[in-house]
Design a protein. Structure first.
Length: 352
């Protein structure tokens, strides 16, 4: 081949690579960047907890683990837009490439940003998570969420139009813009299942960093993975353990208690939850175990009485736990949680 032809071929190939790379990082719909969308809370050297500021709908938290030559991210947020902004703002901390994404479970607020990371990034999760994202990516939780978006936007519009206080009106303007951007972002979601799966345990060694991925049993879903950094004594728990009460719509409330007991046996100081601020120690985990035992017993009693899940949900009283979980203000829980517990109680033995 003549030298000039070879040169042209190289140029064309390079252009093709550039186009492909650009396609992978195209700015998705729903991106808002007027103010920073994330707080990168430093937990240890090169370990951060990425928490939303409210400037963009991000859904859940991420953990950022900066290794010797690359970056590992735990959970990808609620949409391609949220994940794209995470990567953009991450440049303020590190220029190292992201090489691994760990998806703690299949729920949309933790897994629906994965598509922006591109083919060079390995996506790791439990085999149950892969199965759900392949065959039931939307799931009842996501369907319920998306169905409620139009009504929530209309409610915000009404509040914004009626507001007379200038400062509050400005806040509502920002909330409305973020909500509308999020609705646009949801239309671009393409669920990406893990390309590497674990059953019980996997360990990544990235330079001198040891990253353990552990499945400890049924809990928030059928395939929750926790990420454990033994040297740093840090746990990234997804929604198996949040800084409040977790959604139970796909949970196994009875087995969850035992799974958390296994979690407590690990040697850790800091917990980076999928929702809420990071916390230390095991007291909050113990408090949530007590909560789970109580709600399971109450729901079981109402089921024996023949109450519907909806009626039982109104009667379940968890106010005894409000000291540990201040969002509890009155009796009553989500009827979808109770429906799920009824479902689990009716499962034949050995079918879980």
């Amino acid at each position: 081949m003549p030298r000039r032809s070879k040169l042209l071929l190289v140029i064309v190939m390079a252009a093709g690579i550039l186009v492909a790379a650009t396609a992978q990082i195209r700015k998705p719909a729903g991106v808002l960047q007027k103010t920073r969308a994330y707080r990168f809370n430093k937990i240890r050297d090169d370990v951060y907890h990425a928490v939303g500021t409210g400037a963009l709908t991000v859904g859940a938290n991420s953990a950022i683990i900066i290794n010797e030559n690359d970056v590992t991210i735990v959970d990808t947020h609620i949409s391609p837009a949220a994940a794209w902004v995470l990567l953009d703002e991450l440049k303020g901390i590190t220029t190292k490439p992201v090489r691994h994404v760990i998806v703690t479970h299949f729920h949309y607020d933790h897994a629906h940003g994965t598509q922006v990371f591109g083919k060079d990034v390995e996506v790791i999760g439990h085999e149950f998570t892969r199965d759900m994202l392949l065959h039931d990516a939307e799931g009842k939780l996501f369907k319920s969420y998306v169905a409620g978006l139009p009504a929530s936007i209309e409610t915000l519009k009404g509040r914004q139009a009626a507001e007379t206080d200038p400062a509050r009106k400005t806040q509502l303007d920002a909330q409305l813009e973020s909500a509308e951007a999020n609705r646009a972002a949801q239309a671009e979601v393409q669920a990406v299942p893990p390309t590497v799966t674990i059953k019980d345990k996997m360990t990544l060694y990235r330079g001198n960093r040891e990253i353990q991925l552990l499945y400890l049993g049924h809990g928030h879903t059928g395939g929750d993975v926790v990420v454990y950094l033994p040297k740093e004594r840090i746990l990234c728990t997804g929604d198996l353990m949040t800084n409040g009460t977790s959604n139970m719509i796909d949970g196994f409330a009875d087995e969850w208690v035992n799974t958390l007991e296994s979690l407590k046996k690990l040697d850790f100081d800091s917990v980076l939850p999928g929702h809420g601020e990071a916390f230390t120690g095991k007291e909050k985990i113990t408090a949530y175990q007590t909560y789970l035992r109580d709600i399971w017993i109450q729901v079981g009693q109402f089921k024996k009485q023949g109450l519907s899940a909806e009626d039982a949900a109104k009667k379940v009283d968890m106010t005894a736990h409000k000291a540990a979980f201040p969002t509890i203000t009155a009796a009553g829980v989500n009827p979808q949680w109770v429906a799920r517990m009824y479902e689990v109680m009716d499962l034949p033995k050995g079918s879980r």
